[in-house]
Design a protein around this ligand. Sequence first.
Ligand code: PGA
Length: 250
Amino acid sequence: MRPLIFAANWKMHHGPTAARAFLDRFLAEYHAADGREVWFFAPAVSLMTVASATTATPTVRVGIQNVHWEATGAFTGETSVAMAAGAGATAALVGHSERRHVFGETDAQTGLKVRAVLAGGLLPVLCVGETLDEREGGGTLAVVRRQLDVLRGLDAAALARLAIAYEPVWAIGTGRNATPRDAAEVHAAIREQLAGLGATADRLQILYGGSVKPENAAELVAEAEIDGVLVGGASLDPASWLAIVRAGGD
Ligand code: PGA
C-alpha cells in the first residue's frame, strides 16, 4: 500500500513568523494517522522554522519549492539542494507550473534539477500538467509525456526515490478542479510511462494538485490512482488544512 500524501505548497506565503503561528495551531490539533503523511513546501526562509517545529512529528516532511541545479556559484537569489537540506528540507518541488509559466523554466532545467535533488539525497516531486489550450486541443497526455521524458536515463533506484505531482495548469488557483476520474486517468498514464522508464510502478507516488479544497479532497484521494494531493490556497489556513489532512479518514 502506498501512503497517502497531503502536501501543502505555501508558495510566497508564510514567512518565519507566520509559519510558526500556523504550526502552533496546526500541531495542536493534528493527529498522525497510519498510512498518511503531511508535507510542507515552505518558502526557503521558513524551512528551518517548519523543520524545527515538526522534528518530533515523524509523519511530517519539509520541502523547498524550488532549487538551483548547481551546488554553489554566482547565482544571485537561488538556493542549492545542500542549502535546502541544511535548513531541514528532505524534499523539493521541481517544475511547478508557476516556475514553468511565470519564470520560464524549461524541461531541460527541470531535468537538471531532478538530478541535483536526487544527488543531494532529497526527494524530488516533479510537477507536470497541461494548460487549458493544450487540454482543449486534446494534448494533455502528449504534454505530460514530454514533461516526464526528462526522467529518461535515470535508473530504477533513482526512479524509486521521486514522486510526481499532476497539476493541470487550468485548475491551479482557479477554483476549477479536474474530476477525480479525469485526474485518475492521467495518473494511470503517468504510472505506465514511468514503468516504461524502469520504475516500480506500484510504488510510485502520484499526487494531484489544482484547486483541492476540504470539500473535494476526500473524493480525490478515494481514487486508487491518486496517492495524495498538492494544495496551494487551501493549505494556508490551519483549519482548512486540517480538514484536508483528515479527508476521507476516520
Ligand atoms: P491551488 O494550487 O491549490 O491554489 O490550486 C496548487 C498548486 O499550485 O500546487
